[in-house]
Design a protein around this ligand. Structure first.
Ligand SMILES: [Mn+2]
Length: 385
């Protein structure tokens, strides 16, 4: 692929490298299979960046899943990043950070690598006539702290830098993102895209690449193009799907500011009934062929009698990572029915016994027992009606 660009900046987001327990697979040298798969996705992204001629490779936060990854995990990530021939910028995300203190994060050891810069406070770098602004995660309402952070980042810009691109760890919100859930509307770690656009436009920032929320989205307002880059490696069944929302390497081309996108193979998660998974077979095969590990959780049900179907579909697709779980709805109903049966039986029989014992206190025990037995039959009959 040839491009007319003089330079390029590649960025990825929310890699969440770590030894995730679910579908973790076999551990070797401190990394489980799922962790190795994610490191592999990162390696593909670095190679794609290099092939696109990128001079800078940026991670827009949450490179790691926790602030205390094991030394083996840090080493694996460091090996990949140090293989990039140019500059690497690591913007601190909420998952990377232990506290707001400088160097109190999982990224700090990687900052010791020659070509790697860690941004745990706002700052900038230059490539030709572009200012690259880096703004890490901060707690509190993004709309309150972001303007100040942008101004701090802009303080270091070159006088001849006439255009700016922002790399930040903050969710980009419109009425669709977050599925319109109330939590998304209230989330402090996200900002309304129209508000962000006006903040950027007034500061000469025309391109935004953001981490934090995991589904890729692109917005444009007031000449400001804003990309929620999306997770490079879905973190589990919360990020289920086979589409293009994940595995994205976003590329900014200079000097004009054009953008493009490269998709790399990354782990994929699917959760659905065997019947519906079977309908996705062609798409699943395509992802498997690309090198995506595909993890499937079949939702099976006694009522539908599709437990055997799950095994059949898994075998047909040649899946190596799958399991069947009983439909939560069915489990809940079964549990509720059992609990209410147990409860009503206990309470009704208990109160009958108490009632008979009180009312017939002066009668012989044999008489009380006979009345109680008769009452129980009547109540049970009543219940069966
Ligand atoms: Mn994240």
């Amino acid at each position: 692929m040839t491009r007319a660009s003089e330079f390029a900046v590649a960025s990825v987001s929310d890699v969440h490298v770590g030894n995730h327990a679910a579908a973790g697979g076999q551990v070797y040298a401190g990394l489980n299979q799922r962790c190795r798969d994610v490191v592999h996705a990162l390696r593909r992204a670095v190679v794609a960046a290099e092939e696109a001629g990128a001079e800078h490779f940026v991670v827009n936060g949450d490179l790691f899943d926790t602030h205390r990854p094991s030394p083996q995990v840090i080493h694996a990530v460091g090996t990949v990043l140090s293989s990039f021939p140019n500059y690497v910028h690591l913007v601190r995300g909420n998952h990377d950070a232990a506290s707001q203190a400088l160097d109190d994060d999982a990224l700090a050891p990687l900052g010791l690598i020659d070509n790697v810069e860690v941004w745990d406070e706002p700052g900038s770098a230059q490539v030709a006539t572009w200012n690259l602004l880096f703004v890490p995660y901060q707690p509190g309402h993004a709309k309150l702290w972001l303007p100040g952070a942008l101004d701090v980042a802009l303080e270091g810009r070159l006088p001849n830098g006439d255009r700016s691109a922002l790399f930040v760890h903050v969710g980009l919100r419109d009425e669709v993102s977050g599925g319109g859930h109330p939590w998304a509307r209230e989330a402090e770690d996200a900002i309304d895209v129209d508000l962000l656009a006006s903040m950027c436009a007034s500061r000469g920032i025309s391109r935004v690449f953001a981490g934090n929320w995991h589904h890729r989205r692109v917005f444009e307002f007031s000449g400001v193009r804003m990309e929620q880059v999306g997770t490079l490696a879905p973190t589990g069944w919360d990020n289920a799907g086979l589409g293009d929302a994940f595995g994205n390497v976003a590329i900014l081309h200079g000097p004009g500011g054009e953008t493009s996108s490269v998709q790399v193979a990354c782990p994929r998660f699917i959760q659905d009934t065997p019947e519906r998974v079977a309908l996705m077979a062609a798409q699943i095969r395509r992802r498997l062929d690309e090198g995506c590990p595909v993890h499937v959780r079949f939702i099976v049900s006694e009522a539908r009698g599709d437990t055997a179907t799950a095994a059949q579909v898994a075998a047909d697709l040649g899946l190596t990572s799958w399991r069947a779980v009983v439909d939560k709805q069915e489990v809940r109903l079964r549990a509720l029915t059992a609990a209410s049966l147990a409860r009503s039986k206990e309470t009704i029989e208990g109160s009958l016994e108490q009632y008979v014992a009180t009312k017939l206190a002066d009668r012989p025990p044999s008489r009380r027992a006979a009345v109680l037995a008769r009452a129980k039959i009547l109540v049970a009959g009543e219940g069966r009606r």
